[in-house]
Design a protein around this ligand. Structure first.
Ligand SMILES: Nc1nc2c(c(=O)[nH]1)N[C@H]1C(S)=C(S)[C@@H](COP(=O)(O)O)O[C@H]1N2
Ligand SMILES: [Mo]
Length: 336
């Protein structure tokens, strides 16, 4: 019963080695996790740790559709920075398909339907595939990655995401030598997404892109959860991208398509205002936005989200050791 037969798309280096004891244990934990979704979250393992960082005002009280999800801890996790309380991560959002106010996505995405959900991976790959999110969740090794999250609007968070490296997914489809870029697309469904109805300056669906080297970097996370549970709709359920050294708008939500290609793909914010938002969008305190400084940021922690607790913005959001080499031949003032 514990031995799982993998779907045919899951033929990769994973099959070259026997499943580790660890993976089997994780599968059991995951099964228990699903069963445990009915019990209060506070009685589960992670909550104890998070309580240290959360004040009583920051408790999540509302019942939601999120399921318990565990992840192995990661060497890449932020050290020495308090977590942003869960309810802030759940209620201070940018997801224009569900409204442009920070509190609107949490309200308007409440009934967003994320099952069934498929992700199509096409283009410059040997094995194009359409995956069911349920199979992805069953077969990928989930890690917890606590990452700094820096919006181009100069606010920031520190969030315990759950997910797996995008590289693990791309290895399955075997990119060809022509695959120089990876394009991503959010769901287009005006019936469910009020922001896609009527006039909008954004030409939906929301699209984003990375170079293949950025996509393959071990930090680049296909994200399926946060704070020990699956993602809430407002955070991009069931699957979104997190690229921690880039501005938050690169972290495209509710992905339905991934397309590998030779040419740089268009990206939503760059199309809208090319002088303000580039393709690269690396966090950079030395390159200001035309309308505001990027040297510091408002960290969203406990207390009011409008508190004036500012911290310095770090080059590549603090991930320079892992990613600076990707840009050694690039003028970052021109390629913002
Ligand atoms: N499809 C889609 N993805 C999106 C956005 C959006 O409006 N639509 N907003 C982006 C921006 S600007 C940010 S800062 C992050 C916010 O993610 P969070 O709400 O989980 O913090 O999502 C990004 N992904
Ligand atoms: Mo953002």
């Amino acid at each position: 019963m514990l031995i799982k037969s993998r779907p045919s798309w899951f033929l990769s280096e994973n099959d070259a080695t026997p499943e580790s004891i660890y993976k089997q244990r994780r599968d059991i934990v995951k099964k228990l996790g699903i069963a445990a979704a009915a019990v209060p979250f506070a009685s589960q393992t992670h909550a104890g740790l998070f309580d240290v960082f959360s004040s009583s005002n920051d408790k999540v009280t509302e019942q939601d559709s999120r399921m318990a999800l565990e992840g192995a801890s990661s060497e890449f996790s932020t050290k020495g920075l308090a977590l942003t309380p869960e309810n802030k991560v759940l209620t201070y959002n940018n997801f224009y398909e569900f409204g442009t106010g920070k509190g609107e996505p949490a309200e308007q995405a409440k009934n967003f339907k994320t099952t069934p959900w498929t992700i199509e991976i096409t283009g410059e790959v040997a094995k194009p595939v359409t995956l069911d999110i349920a199979d992805v969740m069953k077969n990928m090794e989930i890690e917890e990655r606590i990452y700094r999250h820096r919006c181009v609007e100069a606010w920031s968070m520190n969030v315990p995401w759950l997910g797996f490296p995008l590289a693990s997914l791309l290895h399955l489809v075997q990119p060809t030598s022509k695959a120089k870029y990876v394009a991503f697309e959010t769901l287009y469904d005006p019936d469910q997404m009020p922001g896609q109805r009527g006039f909008s300056s954004i030409d939906y669906p929301y699209v984003e892109g990375l170079t293949i080297a950025e996509a393959m970097n071990p930090l680049t996370l296909m994200t399926v959860g946060l704070y020990g549970k699956t993602l809430a709709p407002q955070n991009g359920a069931p699957l979104r991208l997190i690229v921690p050294w880039k501005y938050g708008f690169k972290g495209i939500k509710s992905i339905v398509k991934i397309h590998l290609l030779e040419k740089q793909p268009p990206t939503t914010w760059n199309l809208l205002a090319p002088d303000e938002y580039g393709f690269y969008a690396n966090v950079n305190p030395n390159v200001d936005h035309p309308r505001w400084s990027q040297a510091s940021e408002r960290f969203i922690g406990e207390g009011s989200v409008f508190s004036s607790v500012r911290q310095e913005t770090l080059m590549f959001n603090g991930y320079g050791e892992q990613v600076a080499s990707l840009y050694k031949n690039l003028d970052l003032k021109r390629n913002y």
